[in-house]
Design a protein around this ligand. Structure first.
Ligand code: GRF
Length: 223
């Protein structure tokens, strides 16, 4: 049976689209059971049929906990196996994170642990980095600090602006998120005691995508 994915979005939804395309192309054996947003006007929502959309304006709630509870209840109804933050720009509270712990993933546009939070491209340029990238990690209570599963890198070229980096990184983000989702839905990915496990073995450093968009892993047993 296909794995059930819930996707959280706040904006344009190109990462969501990458997952939709991978499913349509049979590279990802999964079903999107809901797309959830803190921004009812998010363009990302339009990428899926109306019955799959859920959105509420976080500003209409008395506090973070109330919004998170409403969001979490809506997600639970969809019974996802994995919950993926794909350009979800709102900080998730502790109760939400505990509720989905171990099956909650996020894509972040930096080579974590560098540049948690916002403005990652500008910060990489200011620091004089020659390499930049994106990370997919398990979400834990500390912002952008959960165990990193995999990363994709791009070079920083002299004269690059933050927008240049964002544009160059985006296709890598799409490949990275799709590749991690493939591991997740194949049952190969887990979090144990704050560490990433692939096929039951602890990962000591994040996986890196090769130039074909694959991870240097043995095929899953039975594949
Ligand atoms: C991506 O760069 C993601 O890493 C960041 O926000 C952007 C979202 O892009 N957190 P999209 O909405 O998936 O197009």
């Amino acid at each position: 049976m296909n794995s059930r994915l819930a996707i959280l979005v706040s904006g344009r939804g190109s990462n969501l689209q990458a997952l939709i395309d991978a499913i349509a192309g049979s590279q990802l054996h999964a079903e999107i059971v809901g797309v959830f947003s803190d921004k009812p006007g998010a363009a990302a929502l339009q990428r899926v049929p109306a019955p799959l959309r859920w959105a509420a304006d976080a500003r209409q709630f008395p506090n973070r906990m109330e919004f998170d509870r409403c969001l979490a209840d809506a997600i639970s109804v969809a019974e996802p196996d994995w919950v993926i933050c794909a350009g979800y720009m709102r900080i998730l509270g502790v109760d939400f994170i505990r509720r989905f712990a171990g099956r909650l993933l996020n894509i972040h546009p930096s080579l974590l642990p560098k540049y948690r939070g916002l403005h990652t491209h500008a910060r990489a340029i200011e620091a004089g980095d020659t390499e930049h990238g994106a990370s997919v990690h398990f979400v834990t209570e500390e912002l952008d600090a959960g165990a990193v599963i995999a990363q994709a890198t791009i070079p920083v070229i002299a004269g690059d602006t933050p927008d240049d980096l964002a544009v160059r990184l985006l296709p890598q983000e799409h490949r990275l998120l799709t590749a991690v989702a493939q591991l997740a839905v194949a049952g190969r990915l887990a979090e144990r005691d704050g560490n990433v496990e692939i096929d039951g073995h602890r990962l000591f450093q994040p996986l890196r995508l090769d130039c074909e968009g694959n991870f240097p892993l043995r095929p899953a047993s039975g594949a």
